[in-house]
Design a protein. Structure first.
Length: 81
């Protein structure tokens, strides 16, 4: 008796497998289509960087000092490594 009930229960579960797979597939398709139909947000404004050759030359004393200090620190870092 228990074996017969268990057999029927397992057959019922096997009967449900294709329907479950179809339900999941349908849910995925509906989600994908709804995502494709949503409005796309506007892209943010981006400022393009100019190459160094196109940027104006800044020869102020502060800039020169900053560049010399950066060069010095890079050489000291190379010595420490």
């Amino acid at each position: 008796m228990i074996q017969r009930v268990l057999h029927l229960f397992l057959r019922f579960l096997l009967f449900l497998v294709p329907f479950t797979a179809l339900f999941v597939l349908g849910f995925v398709v509906v989600s994908f289509v709804s995502a494709q139909l949503e409005n796309v947000p506007a892209a943010p404004e981006v400022v393009l960087l100019q190459p160094a050759s196109e940027q104006p030359l800044d020869i102020s004393p502060e800039t020169i000092e900053r560049r010399v200090m950066a060069l010095y620190l890079r050489t000291q870092q190379a010595v420490l490594e």
